[in-house]
Write a protein that binds this ligand. Structure first.
Ligand code: UN1
Length: 510
């Protein structure tokens, strides 16, 4: 552990506030990060006070004036160098993610790869911030639109993707010409400090002012509140629970600021009678057990055709039995701990609720104890029989609970599928072209992401990521998600020597 921290230039006590290369003497409370693996202390972060945030926000605003004037491809060059530096520290960063949030090594390194990928994507994007041209209805006029940098943006991230989600936002925002203030989850503060040590220095090594890439570790009810209320911050991008997102949305809307929200999911896989069950089981296992059920994209429901329900259940139970649970840093482990005991308690609470509503636990669900499980953060992943309208099924419990639901007709399956408040990711497993097309059509899945013969989690960075309904409607990462980080301007230029008005209006003196 010491070795990993050392290689990432982390100390026993670290400032949690920086404006690039400059780490401020933060004046908030100390936050000691403990590992969910064994409950041991990893290191301490000195959090931001409200005054620290004020200082950071002022610098971010000031730095924006200069950063927006750096040509976009040159901004891309800085992002390219960040990606390179992260590539060189992939293993160490991965190990820190495992230590601090309990992800298994391959998934933790996969997350670092996700950051590297978005850096590469953003570098290319920096030369492709395209606007359209239109034909003016007036003679000898030119009309076009262009995209300008937006301003400082605030990025609020959750513990479960401590690097990737920030980088989807921050790297795109950087090439867009925005400055970024990051408030990470307090449960993943060390990961944030580590990646900022790498990235902040690179941004500042080009003679640019401090304040382009900033970090404020702090509590939601003080620092978070201040951040979302700050009029200097043009856009707040928030990832987390629905109640958090609703609050952020209301506060930012009150000052008519912009938001990008990526909130809870309640993702389902429909397995039809024409599915390749072998493939479906592999996707469900990764989707439901991967990251110990703590992804927004985790598979929470399987809607299975009556005819294959029993066969699917048998294969799933067989798969679940073989999942090795334990230390996420050890080879062969497929499921590490939950983030903390609170998460374990909320999983148990959900299972209690399921039983009260008439559901059944078919496999797993226990809290594991003793030996390597002494921290009280390990559980057995769980398969349950449930009805879609149970209140417990309607909400997102951030734990490896999978609800199996039966259906008879595809129409019914889609109705069940869409009948939840959230709308992030979805999938159908079928070899029948018509079933697949119905699922992807207007009458099919109502989610932001819909897949065929691929599970609900593990999306690539190249697509726009986000969901509908209570998931918040935001889109991040690839495709044209960059547009949300810029302001659009429509320009009309008259080179005619006349003053014709649009809509044929004549407005002339005498
Ligand atoms: C999240 O859980 O907030 O699609 C993000 C996935 C990852 C990102 C998940 N690429 O599972």
């Amino acid at each position: 552990m010491k070795e990993i921290l050392h290689r990432l230039e982390m100390e026993g006590i670290n400032s949690g506030v920086c404006t690039g290369a400059d780490w401020l003497q933060s004046t908030g409370d100390d936050l000691t990060s403990t590992s969910p693996i064994d409950g041991s202390s990893i290191a301490t972060v000195r959090q931001a006070s409200v005054q620290d945030l004020q200082k950071v926000a002022a610098r971010a605003r000031e730095a924006f004036e200069e950063w927006r004037m750096v040509p976009a491809p040159k901004r891309g060059e800085i992002v390219r160098r960040i990606g390179q530096a992260v590539r060189e520290r992939k293993q160490e960063l991965g190990a820190l993610i495992s230590l601090e949030v309990g992800k298994i090594r391959v998934e933790a390194e996969g997350e670092v790869q996700e950051m590297i990928d978005i850096c590469d994507f953003a570098v290319g994007q920096s030369r492709m911030l395209y606007g359209r041209t239109m034909h003016s209805e007036r003679p000898r006029h030119r009309m076009y639109e262009q995209w300008h940098p937006l301003g400082p943006i605030g990025v609020i991230t959750a513990f479960n993707f401590p690097l990737a989600v920030w980088s989807w936002n921050a790297m795109i925002a950087l090439v867009a010409g925005d400055t970024v203030i990051w408030k990470p989850s307090s449960k993943a503060a060390l990961c944030a400090v580590a990646v900022m040590k790498i990235s902040g220095r690179i941004v500042q090594s080009h003679g640019l002012p401090e304040g382009i890439l900033n970090l404020v570790v702090g509590k939601g009810d003080t620092i978070g509140e201040q951040l979302i209320a700050d009029r200097r911050i043009s856009l707040i991008s928030a990832t987390g629970s629905v109640p958090m997102g609703r609050h952020v949305s209301e506060r930012v809307a009150a000052r008519l600021g912009k938001t990008i929200l990526e909130l809870g999911g309640n993702n389902a896989i429909v397995v039809t009678a024409n599915a390749d069950l072998e493939l479906a089981v592999r996707a469900i296992l990764f989707g439901a057990v991967g990251t110990a059920g703590q992804r927004c994209t985790t598979t929470r429901r399987v809607i299975a055709h009556n005819r294959i329900y029993d066969a699917l259940l048998e294969r799933l139970v067989n798969g679940y039995r073989q999942v090795k649970i334990g230390n996420p840093l050890e080879d062969g482990t497929l499921m590490g701990p939950l983030i903390d005991r609170v998460a374990v308690a909320s999983m148990q609470e959900a299972l209690g609720q399921l039983k009260r509503e008439g559901g059944r636990v078919l496999y797993g669900g226990e809290v594991l104890s003793g030996g390597i499980f002494a921290a009280g953060t390990y559980v057995a992943p769980c398969i349950c029989e449930a009805h879609n309208d149970f209140t417990v099924v309607q909400r997102e419990t951030f734990a490896p609970i999978l609800y199996l639901i039966r259906y008879k007709t595809l129409e019914e399956a889609i109705e069940l599928h869409n009948n939840v408040p959230q709308g992030l990711t979805s999938a159908i497993f079928t070899n029948d072209l018509r079933e697949a097309e119905v699922f992807l059509s207007h009458m099919g899945s109502d989610c932001g992401i819909a897949n065929v013969n691929i599970g609900t989690s593990g999306a690539e960075i190249g697509g726009a990521f986000g969901g509908e309904k209570e998931t918040g409607g935001g889109r991040e990462s690839g495709s044209d998600a960059w547009k949300a980080y810029m302001r659009r301007q429509t320009n009309t230029i008259n080179w005619s020597g006349e003053m014709p008005l649009a809509q044929g209006i004549r407005f002339e003196l005498g």
